[in-house]
Each structure stands twice: as C-alpha cells, then as structure tokens.
Design a protein. Structure first.
Length: 209
C-alpha cells in the first residue's frame, strides 16, 4: 500500500449527502477482484450517459477536476453496501483523500486499508472547503497527516482528528498483510514449536499431500 504523508492536490466538490457505494461504483462493475481499472467507472451513472458519453455537468468531467486527488462530500458518505470496490475505484481514479462531515463505518475503515485518508470535519468547515473547491482558483488543498492539518489556498488551516493506529498504518503504508508480515518471525517461531509439540497437525504439510 502506498504511504500517505502529505498531499497537495485539487479538491473536487460533490455537495451531496448519503452518497452510497452503488453510486460510487455500480453493482455491474463488481465482477473483478482486481484493484486496477476501476477509476474509469467511478460514479459511472453520474459521469456517463447510457451510451457511454460523458455528462459535461458532472464535476469529474470538468477541468481541473479531472485530476482531482481530494473529494469534498456531504454527510454519510459511503453508505449502503460494504463493497471494497468503492475505495478501489476512488483510488484508481486518483482520489487519496475524502473530506466529509461523516462516513459510513465500513467504508471509512476500508479507505484506510486501501491508502485513502477519510477526514471527518464539522459541517461548517466542510462548507468552507466545499466553497473553496467550487472555484478552480482556490480548489487546491494541502493535507499533512503527521500534523493532522488541512491548509487552504489562502493559507488558513483546519485541524482534524484521526485514529492513532490507522494514522500509523497510512504513514507507513501498512495494509493488513503488511501488518501480519511484521510478525513473521513470531509466526515462524510458533509454527516450529507446534511442529514439535503437535506433529500430527503438520503431517499433511510435511508429506506434501
């Protein structure tokens, strides 16, 4: 997983509450288990017509927001089903941070596991950032995870809270597999002791059958 330390990028405004995971990536695109190639169908039914033509009014079809790395959204972002394809699609598009007043719990956790920083801020502060994002000249934000700050284009700063363990994982690029591998020596030590004390549990493994 790619580390998240600091990020300076364009923020795209999506002033909608209750954006669910089916809106983020519709169910017909869940056939793959690959994490790549999903950015093109992010917000598919809002970005494209049924004929596959871009809808000009949708924010991610406009410049400079085609290159957005930050999304400013309404409350309860990521509600609905628990599909992990939702953060996969955001990440593949290039979104590394989502800022909203609140998130659905499972989506919130899935973001951290895939290298995306979800930031929950008071509605009043989200409204300010939403207004900034709606103007291309003020849409660039700088996010510092270590110091837990968001710097606006005018230099003013908002602070945010985040879980210490999840912060550690993002700063160091640690997903669940990486975290497990950090204990590889202890796992090997346990297995070696188990082979000695309970050899019948390893009979098939040692015989190769």
């Amino acid at each position: 997983m790619e580390k998240f330390t600091t990020l300076t990028g364009i923020a795209a405004p999506l002033p909608m509450a209750n954006v669910d995971t089916d809106m983020i990536i519709p169910k017909q695109h869940l056939k793959t288990i690959k994490r790549t190639g999903l950015g093109k169908v992010l917000f598919d039914e809002m970005r494209y017509t049924q004929d596959g033509e871009e809808i000009d009014s949708f924010i991610l079809n406009q410049l400079p927001y085609r290159n957005a790395q930050i999304l400013i959204a309404g409350e309860n972002f990521g509600c609905g089903s628990s599909r992990e394809h939702a953060p996969w699609a955001l990440l593949d598009f290039g979104i590394r941070c989502v800022i909203a007043p609140s998130f659905a719990d499972i989506f919130f956790g899935n973001c951290f596991k895939n290298g995306i920083l979800p930031i929950s801020l008071p509605q009043q502060e989200v409204d300010v950032l939403m207004q900034d994002a709606q103007n291309p000249e003020t849409s660039t934000l700088s996010i510092d995870l270590e110091n837990q700050t968001i710097k606006r284009s005018n230099g003013k700063i908002f602070e945010f809270e985040t879980d210490a363990f999840r912060k550690h994982c993002l700063l160091n690029g640690l997903d669940d597999i990486s975290l497990t591998l950090q204990s590889a020596d202890k796992i090997a030590e346990f297995e070696n002791k188990q082979r000695q004390n309970l050899p019948w549990l390893w009979a098939n493994a040692t015989s190769g059958s």
